[in-house]
Design a protein around this ligand. Structure first.
Ligand code: G4P
Length: 284
């Protein structure tokens, strides 16, 4: 799904989030494990202040294992509860219920000291478009879930999904905008396919990707496509066009087609598990 964000949309999203946040104890924020910073909303820390927080590094199946560990540490050091999740296959999902209890320990103890027993933790899923919110909700709620419907006087108009006795989830996720005004963020979002590149930009985008691969995953493109080592990015793109028979009618290499092929392969995980940003760069 592609979202075009305008100031009006952002104000509306912020208002929705501010309204919903009053109803919940915990924000479960989804980010894309390939770009954990670029896929965060710039205002979420402010919007979710005073709430318990969990960050899920979703799509970890597409990201670099060693970088996944680094990112988990990075967010844990910032006092988030963190889990690596593959919402599509369900990996990492089982651990979430107990993590929610740990993240909301203070609230649960406060309830208990006031004599309130067994009040479920109320949680909301939040994140930018395409990080996997709907897939996660389906996976986490599973088939056993029941919608609890409106609760008069308390949560008018809201639908809650009862996960188990301890957790209820707001059924509509908080959809927030990315930090798209930053060019590097925009580039990374386009590389993972979260923002659509303009038709003519596929080649430029792919050349950036090839350069990144040369710098950080040397030899991987060569091994994937069976092409000789090539430092020049246009040379590499041309080599891939040739081995994959991407040709224009006149017979010359069709670089646009080859660029789309490489980018699609990357997004589908066919080139390997590749993370585009590291915590060390984040601290700079
Ligand atoms: P959203 O609600 O945040 O907008 O995201 P949504 O759940 O629609 O997921 C966006 C895309 O990401 C979907 O792919 C979904 O299958 C995929 N996805 C979600 N979680 C994971 C994950 O952990 N790993 C991987 N590899 N993919 C994930 P799609 O191409 O739009 O649809 P589909 O063809 O997969 O159904």
């Amino acid at each position: 799904m592609h979202f075009q964000w305008y100031p009006g949309h952002m104000t509306k999203a912020k208002r929705m989030m501010s309204e919903n946040i009053k109803l919940i104890d915990l924000v479960i924020e989804l980010v894309d494990a390939r770009i954990p910073l670029s896929s965060r909303n710039p205002d979420i820390d402010k919007l979710a202040q005073n709430k318990s927080r969990i960050i899920l590094l979703n799509k970890y199946d597409l990201a670099d294992d060693s970088k996944n560990k680094e990112w988990k540490n990075y967010f844990e050091h910032k006092d988030f509860f963190v889990e690596l999740v593959n919402s599509k296959s369900g990996q990492g999902i089982k651990a979430i219920s107990s993590m929610i209890q740990r993240a909301c320990k203070e609230k649960i103890e406060r309830d208990r000291s006031r004599g309130i027993l067994n009040r479920p933790v109320r949680a909301m899923i939040a994140g930018i478009p395409n990080v996997g919110k709907s897939t996660f909700i389906n996976s986490f709620a599973g088939r056993a879930c029941t919608k609890t419907g409106n609760k008069p006087g308390v949560t008018k108009g809201k639908q809650w999904i009862r996960i188990n006795k301890q957790v209820e989830l707001l059924d509509t996720p908080g959809i927030l905008w990315p930090r798209f005004e930053d060019q590097i963020v925009g580039l990374r979002l386009a590389l993972i396919g979260s923002i659509k590149a303009e038709l003519l930009q596929h080649i430029d985008l792919c050349l950036e990707f090839i350069q990144f691969m040369n710098d950080h995953y040397e030899g991987l493109l060569e091994r994937t496509y069976g092409v000789p080592s090539e430092k020049d990015t246009v040379g590499m793109l041309t080599a891939v066009a040739e081995v994959r028979h991407c040709k224009k009618t006149g017979g010359e290499p069709d670089l646009d087609k080859a660029a789309i092929l490489i980018l699609d392969d990357y997004r589908d995980g066919k080139i390997g598990k590749i993370t585009l940003e590291t915590p060390s760069a984040a601290d700079e």
